[in-house]
Design a protein around this ligand. Structure first.
Ligand code: NI
Length: 189
């Protein structure tokens, strides 16, 4: 089932998400999240973006072809109750976008490497280290469950320049071609 993606301005995107009870059956929710993400052509989606303030996000970097990063070929999974244990390396900038903030892409600087502990769909615990694009996707999605968005990293000037665009997204004024839920939609019409 395709779920509406929550747009910028919704309070759920600012909340620190709660841990999920161990053993909870997440299969149908995760299936729906993958379907929703693919419909929107995303490479990552966090539960707050479908309105659920729980510590869960999914990624699929398998379409990002990169000879230097063979791990991406199998980088499709759900991260449940994740904790980033360590981030190391030199910060590098990359243009990011977000399904909750359609039409805006900005450079964000993040450290190159991380170690994350998380549960998989069978509630098996993993501890893994990632770098490159995989780390970047994890950092962006992990921020979502910490109530943080990539635009929070922008300079005050840059943020001011985008203010009107962001306000429009909250009102539903966007050309996103996927199903969304807008916090201020009723006031806009
Ligand atoms: Ni995002």
């Amino acid at each position: 089932m395709i779920l509406p993606i929550v747009a910028y301005g919704d309070p759920v995107l600012k909340q620190v998400a709660k841990d999920i009870e161990i053993g909870t059956d997440l299969k149908s929710l995760v299936d729906d999240m993958f379907e929703t993400m693919y419909e929107a052509h995303g490479i990552g989606l966090a539960a707050p973006q479908i309105g659920k303030s729980i510590r869960l996000f999914i990624v699929d970097g398998t379409q990002l072809e990169d000879e230097d990063e063979p791990i991406l070929k199998t980088f499709k999974k759900a991260f449940i109750n994740p904790t980033i244990l360590e981030e190391t390396g030199k910060p590098w900038a990359m243009e990011e976008g977000c399904l909750s903030i359609p039409g805006i892409r900005e450079n964000v600087s993040r450290k190159e490497k991380l170690t994350i502990r998380y549960y998989d769909m069978d509630w098996k615990l993993h501890e893994e280290t990632y770098d490159g694009m995989a780390a970047r996707i994890i950092q962006h999605e992990y921020d979502h469950i910490e109530g943080k968005l990539f635009v929070d990293y922008l300079s005050p000037l840059r943020k001011r320049l985008l203010k009107g665009k962001l306000a429009n997204i909250s009102k539903g004024i966007t050309d996103a071609d996927y199903k969304m839920r807008f916090p201020l939609a009723s006031k806009a019409r």
